[in-house]
Write a protein that binds this ligand. Structure first.
Ligand SMILES: C[S@@+](CC[C@H](N)C(=O)[O-])C[C@H]1O[C@@H](n2cnc3c(N)ncnc32)[C@H](O)[C@@H]1O
Length: 207
């Protein structure tokens, strides 16, 4: 029996095109992109098919989601879409570090608020370790600004996240930027996205 283990997340269909437009503009023209927290794999399949000069390396710590990513990959095989890696952002050495693949960009979509704060700390530390000089860290999600929600819908979402897990919640943009800058990642741009989300783009400094 051949079970289809593809999972679906409705939000990916809504946000993938606006995210793609930003990625096309801010990514290096070619190179290797590591996705941290790929989830179902829908984004990985879509971005790999649109960013044909790049190699996309999806990852997720959840084995069921890695199965889903692999199932999506099997349905849409592409030379530039690689098998899912087991990476937990909080760990001090990510499995891709053993492969000696230069990483030109890291994409992280809708993770920071649906994970404990230490996942953000780990993400920035990992980006510092593995991004090539000048490499890009791309974040997408909802943020507070100066401690304030930017929309009522984000406030309601934040409340629901914290009810599900007291360590989750919409983060303050300034706190995320401070952690990134401490890891040598300079804020390049904040882009307002549909549905009260932001794209936040950092660049690894060369010193
Ligand atoms: C809301 S889902 C977003 C998935 C996907 N990026 C998307 O936009 O559909 C959050 C993801 O974060 C992942 N995640 C949670 N904690 C993590 C961690 N410490 N390191 C890496 N990924 C993590 C989960 O496994 C899940 O795939």
């Amino acid at each position: 029996m051949n079970l289809d283990t593809r999972r679906y997340a409705a939000a990916t269909q809504r946000n993938r095109q606006p995210i793609l437009e930003v990625l096309k503009r801010v990514l290096p023209p070619e190179g290797n992109i590591l996705e941290i927290a790929s989830g179902t794999g829908q984004h990985a399949v879509f971005f790999a098919s649109e960013l044909v000069s790049h190699h996309w390396y999806p990852s997720d710590p959840d084995p069921l989601l890695r199965d889903s990513i692999e199932a999506w990959r099997n349905h849409n095989p592409r030379e530039n879409l690689h098998p899912p890696l087991d990476i937990d952002a909080t760990t001090s050495c990510w499995s891709i570090e053993n492969k000696k693949i230069p990483i030109n960009a890291i994409a992280n979509i809708n993770m920071i608020h649906i994970a404990p704060w230490k996942a953000c700390l780990g993400l920035m530390a990992g980006a510092h370790r593995i991004l090539s000089a000048g490499g890009i860290l791309y974040l997408y999600g909802p943020y507070k600004k100066n401690g304030q929600h930017t929309a009522e819908s984000n406030e309601i979402f934040d409340y629901s996240l914290r009810s599900r897990n007291s360590q989750w919640g919409v983060r303050n943009l300034e706190d995320v930027v401070a952690v990134a800058e401490a890891e040598g990642l300079e804020l390049q741009e904040v882009v307002t996205m549909p549905a009260n989300n932001l794209s936040v783009i950092f660049q690894k400094q060369s010193f």
